[in-house]
Write a protein that binds this ligand. Structure first.
Ligand SMILES: [Mg+2]
Length: 272
């Protein structure tokens, strides 16, 4: 079996008992930045939604539909970033969750189907430079097209993280932690909202799927245990209960009923 060196498994550096993996777009942020640039600077929402649906129901690979979305955008990369900084907002509960996680030694690892320079720029803008720099990000990237710079029209393309049909197979980062021997293995969480999360959905101990989004549909179709969240304050309530030992990850996987949030927010009611 593989080694457990901090280089291979960076989130183990502080010997955490819990690790929180999370999607970026539409999960940490309120809007999906790739959807935003596709809808406003690329081929628009109708073709994007068709591609998402094809992915969700297994007719096409995420990699192919997502590459088409990105290829439909001719606008220079720096202009895409500038538009996103003006339009993308942080999940309302994320900052508090971020601070709590840092104080309680719960590393947050961002696993994204988006492109790293956009994620870095948005996190720096939304969280501040110092806090943003503490987050490990594993994602796709961007590269210039031959003979061009990314900051000219038609000058950039997405570069995928790996050769999988997902473009970024998020299970690759999670699985080395999931397969650690029992005594070394932290409890693993994942939060996501959509088709870019399908590769991660079955890998962790508790999956938080954003209420009303595609990932919920997928989990029900594939029989993957999950609980829903509206924003990170729901996640924080549930994770706090689990970290304090008042709730197990199995009890927390209540599907779309959201029962845990109600219990978590009711301080008069002890959790069995
Ligand atoms: Mg997402």
């Amino acid at each position: 079996m593989g080694s457990t060196s901090p280089i291979a498994l960076p989130a183990l550096k502080t010997n955490p008992k819990f690790i929180f993996f999370t999607d970026f777009d539409g999960t940490i942020t309120q809007q999906d930045s790739n959807d935003f640039i596709t809808d406003n600077l690329g081929f628009g929402p109708a073709l994007r939604k068709k591609g998402n649906e094809d992915t969700l129901f297994g007719r096409r690979h995420f990699r192919d539909t997502f590459e088409e979305m990105m290829d439909s955008i001719n606008v220079p990369y720096d202009q895409c970033i500038a538009a996103l900084l003006q339009n993308i907002t942080l999940d309302e509960g994320f900052k508090e969750f971020f601070v709590w996680a840092r104080e309680n030694n719960v590393p947050i690892v961002v696993l994204s189907g988006g492109m790293e320079p956009i994620i870095r720029a948005l996190l720096t803008h939304l969280l501040g430079k110092e806090d943003a720099a503490t987050l490990q990000i594993v994602s796709n990237n961007v590269a210039p097209r031959p003979g061009k710079s990314i900051n000219e029209a038609g000058g950039w393309k997405i570069v995928f993280h790996d050769d999988s049909g997902f473009g970024h197979d998020k299970s690759l980062e999670i699985r080395p932690y999931a397969t650690l021997p029992e005594e070394k293995r932290p409890i693993l969480f994942y939060a996501g909202d959509g088709v870019s999360d399908l590769s991660a959905a079955k890998e962790t101990d508790l999956l938080f799927a954003k209420a009303g989004r595609d990932l919920v549909t997928y989990c029900e179709k594939e029989d993957v245990p999950f609980t829903t969240f509206n924003d990170f304050s729901d996640i924080l309530s549930t994770v706090k209960l689990i970290v304090s030992g008042k709730l197990s990850v199995k009890e927390a996987a209540t599907g779309r009923s959201g029962a845990v949030h109600a219990r978590a927010n009711d301080t008069t009611n002890s959790v069995p």
